[in-house]
Design a protein around this ligand. Sequence first.
Ligand code: UDP
Length: 476
Amino acid sequence: ACAVRGPHVAMLATPGMGHLIPLAELAKRLASRHGATATLITFASTASATQRAFLDSLPPAVTSLSLPPVDLSDLPRGAAIETLMSEECARSVPALTSILLDLKRSTGGRLAAFVADLFGADSLDAARAAGVRRRCIFFPSNLHALTLILHLPELDASVRCEFRDLPEPLRLPGCVPIPGPDILMPLQDKSDPCYRWMVHHGEKYRDADAILVNSFDAVEPGPAKILRQPADHRPAVYPIGPLIHAVGRRDDKDALCLEWLDRQPARSVIFVSFGSGGALPTEQMRELALGLELSGQRFLWVVRSPSYEGAVNDNYYDAESKKDPFAYLPEGFVDRITASGVGLVVPSWAPQTKVLAHAATGGFLTHCGWNSVLESLVYGVPMVAWPLYAEQKQNAVMLSDGVGAALRVPESKGREKIAATVREVMQGEGKGAAVRAKVAELQKAAAEGLRDGGAAAAALAEVVEGWTTTGGQEED
Ligand code: UDP
């Protein structure tokens, strides 16, 4: 008897580990729960060692390939990352079409669906041209950000001023009101091409059959209630999260961080990290160092080289920081914390999920990248929010003003304020205690949703059902 073979799914990850990691988790879940196989397609511009090692660690059901490089040399220097990703995707449509046609042949008609992530909306055209019947968007951020993007075509017509000049916070259906300056960074300057790109994506999302979102109801109940209902003007929305990078076995490269954590008391350490691309201006790096020392809490800090001219996403296209980041720390800082044993600094990269899962970790000072937030919630770690770019500021608003899973560091970013916020989240009896209790509640809700029969598991099953019941492929 021949084995029953499940559907094959082609998935396009736009640049950034923060996009690739959750998409790969989705692929793994489709394989383990639904018998699917997947091809992860990446862009040539981000072929880093970190990315390669990650792709090589995936199970055999998930293979990967890279698109050929496209020329972006005509784009102005300093073009926004959202513009670069959108342009790279749009210019890759012909190459992607032929890759999908090849996959269709090589998988013997099993290619049932194409899934693109948030900046990959133009690639839905390639899937259509290749005759892949089911075309979906995987949105690795949250329902608040999705609501905003889906409303962009009408907001573009109705909001005349810059978002940052809005006299009142922006109110969208079910969402926590977002003050203008905290709205999605690529929308902050309407004259920048990345603003147009975002409006374009908002229009293009309507062409998808479904939008899968890496979030869950309990963390944003307002928009969940609205987006779970079918509506004529947009595709069906399925909250299927939190899908996070699974904690693997400890290996040699983890030893530095994890063995240090092994020696610390339970819940005593605040983990400090700004994601795969974040960078602080030198001055803020200093204040953070001194603020952590002042807080009297133990800390584990992933230190990156500082940003130049305020470009807070300086490390985006390269997860390994190029210069020695420790050179920018205040004089004597590393020696002092090493001597007292109160802190550990590591350059560039740490095994984040393993750190968050460790019993010694009791807080997370985070840039509020959505993967980091989900990882924190899955492991029940309360957060200190220090957002930098992308949708991180609005994430900080929904987490602190909305559900109450984080406290935000005040805008002035002085060492005293930093120390006070860190102390409150780790040990405070007022706001800090409320945040710790809320995070424990969300941890439970997240786990329940992913269990068999839970809301997230059921949502994904419904999506897969839609792929397979139609036979999955257009006749051509
Ligand atoms: N990450 C990590 N080690 C680091 C920094 C980041 O493992 O030192 C992982 C982190 O666990 C998360 C992803 O990289 O899965 C970052 O995604 P996020 O959405 O938080 O932020 P982005 O990098 O997109 O800004």
